[in-house]
Design a protein. Structure first.
Length: 583
């Protein structure tokens, strides 16, 4: 097989293969590439020694069996024993389920997670979204401090474990999306700078020096990340990628990296004759993110919609700290605007930022499914001091109305694992850094961050304490033993079934209409043939439906028998929701 590596500053490079040194030669065409042919079986350990130094893991290595500081292992993706044919499943019509491999089950492995896929298929979700699986220090962590963008975390099961999980998901009719981090690498175990100028001081991110996307020698760096994305989509038969914090991909070139990546993914989809998609996390509220490349956009297929989350959270909880401040002044008005316009911040003033923010979407041009909507995510739960979920704040019954707006609303809905039954387990921030100094810095930094909000050091969970991870593991007995949680789970099933049966996947935002009363705390969403009536007040309300006839499709569990509309209005109990079909 051909071993190759980009090391433009090295005078000599040696392949160390199973302890045997093999000198490498400059590749034809130069440009800093080195290569050598050598026989190697899967599992063989190897690394590259630069100018007589210690062997380093392959930047494009697929496996690090001994962790980020160890050597790479040869992986042949063509030997994965796939059992299921998979034609692919696109973003339109999707219902996504965000899942963290390390806490979805107590075992924290791909194989253990695969045993629970039947639950997701029965729930009605269409795609499982795995949080990052690239290698990171230790065994347990969120995964956003990965250091090897081409490899798979060994404690989860490594490359073969990921392939088995994806194959099992396809066997259940589920697509798989992978969360990938291209904007930075973790602080521990990152050896890329020793190979070449992968990072630059021209730009800075919250995590330090930025990835070199637009400076000298940036062509191979861009190819490195685009190649990693294509390799995961192709070799693991994934359906899509979620791109973490793309606003931190600082790129001054005429063609942004994301446009280059979306073009490459579209070409791969055409070559493989199956749909593939990219969904960005971005805080810019920039319509160019999902605009076609032909219209000078980035050509991504979807984007997370934090504005929808923030407005929904404020309307339900009344919280007003931090970025919630912009939404808390009139949360139902903010929620109505996000449901109809996509963004709340579309060029207006943001008090949180102290400036104007965002640009408006063209409601006639943007499909609702291009925005991903959610009431909870790993960020919005895990970045709270105690990792408390909405069910801890509102009770299982209190989250039921929110589920109706997420699952029968205009956006591609996404659930965070356990949300479907109002999980009583928190989801906290946890790490397993092996460097004591780094572990202490993370622990102290977390405590300082929340001290500003009134939390004492002893109240904030220690990320390095194994108990913090253990508390975050889902308790799968909850929906079996607790009738209230079982009822909430059934409510989610019914809402998803309503969505699949009655909502076409190609509705424009211009087709969405909302009525609301800020003081009375009710909202009525008209979305295609559906009417979603939500009462967030602590008292019963009578909600206007307008003219026409209606039939009830689903009513929240605590509301009792569904109410019947009369005189163009619907009586709803306190904190209840009802989904109706306009006939």
């Amino acid at each position: 097989m051909l071993f190759e590596v980009w090391a433009p500053r090295a005078r000599e490079v040696t392949l160390q293969l199973n302890g045997r040194p093999l000198p490498m030669r400059p590749a034809p065409g130069g440009e800093g590439w080195w290569q050598v042919e050598a026989a190697a079986e899967p599992g063989a350990r190897y690394g590259f020694a630069l100018d007589g130094g210690e062997p380093l893991p392959d930047p494009r290595g697929r496996a690090l069996p001994d962790g980020p500081e160890g050597l790479s292992a040869v992986v042949d993706p063509t030997r994965f024993p796939w059992r299921h044919f998979w034609p692919g499943r696109g973003l339109a019509g999707a219902v996504i389920y965000e899942l963290h491999t390390g806490t979805f089950t107590a075992a924290g492995t791909f194989d253990a997670a695969a045993e629970r896929l039947g639950h997701l298929a029965e729930l009605g979700v269409t795609h499982v979204q795995l949080m990052p699986v690239n290698p990171f220090p230790g065994r347990h962590g969120w995964g956003y401090d990965g250091v090897a963008p081409w490899a798979v975390h060994q404690p989860y099961g490594g490359p073969e474990g990921l392939a088995r999980f994806v194959d099992a998901a396809h066997g259940h009719g589920l697509g798989v999306v992978l969360d990938v981090v291209h904007n930075h690498l973790g602080p521990s175990g990152n050896r890329l700078p020793e190979f070449g100028p992968y990072f630059t001081e021209r730009h800075h991110t919250p995590w330090g020096a930025a990835v070199n996307l637009d400076g000298p020698d940036s062509d191979p760096v861009r190819s490195y990340f685009v190649g990693s994305a294509l390799a995961f989509l192709r070799d693991y038969r994934l359906d899509g990628l979620r791109l973490d914090a793309v606003h931190a991909l600082l790129d001054d070139r005429a063609e942004h990296l994301l446009a280059e990546l979306s073009a490459a993914v579209d070409a791969l989809a055409e070559a493989e004759r199956r749909p593939l998609f990219l969904v960005a996390e971005s805080d810019r509220n920039d319509p160019r993110t999902v605009a076609p490349r032909a219209a000078h956009g980035l050509g991504l297929h979807g984007q997370w919609n934090d504005d929808f989350h923030h407005a929904l959270h404020c309307a339900a909880t009344g919280e007003a700290q931090g970025y919630y401040a912009d939404f808390a002044r009139a949360p139902l008005a903010a929620l109505a605007k996000t449901l109809t316009c996509g963004f709340f911040h579309d060029g207006g003033y943001s008090s949180f930022r102290g400036r104007r923010h965002g640009r408006p979407l063209d409601r006639t041009a943007v499909w609702g499914h291009q925005l991903v909507g959610y009431a909870q995510t790993h960020d919005q739960v895990g970045n709270r001091a105690l990792g408390d979920r909405l069910a801890a704040l509102l009770g299982p019954a209190g989250v039921a109305p929110l589920a109706a707006l997420v699952l029968c609303g205009p956006f591609t809905p996404m659930l965070f694992m356990g949300e479907e039954w109002g999980a009583g387990t928190p989801w906290q921030y946890f790490t397993d850094h092996q460097d004591p100094a780094l572990a202490a810095a993370v622990r102290d930094g977390r405590r300082r961050e929340f001290a500003a909000h009134g939390w004492t050091a002893g109240e904030v969970p220690d990320p390095q304490d194994p108990a913090t991870r253990d508390r975050s593991v889902l308790d799968w007995d909850e929906p079996v033993l607790d009738p209230e949680r079982a009822a909430l789970l059934d409510w989610h099933r019914r809402l998803i079934a309503v969505r699949h049966r009655h909502l076409p996947p190609d509705l424009r935002l211009a087709q969405v209409r909302v009525e609301f009363d800020e003081a009375a705390r009710w909202l009525v969403l008209h979305h295609g043939p559906l009417v979603v009536a939500v009462n967030l007040a602590a008292e019963p309300r009578r909600l206007p439906l307008g003219t026409g006839t209606f039939s009830t499709l689903a009513a929240s569990p605590q509301a009792g028998p569904p109410a019947e509309p009369s005189d163009g209005a619907l009586p709803l109990p306190a904190r209840a929701a009802q989904v109706l079909l306009r006939t």
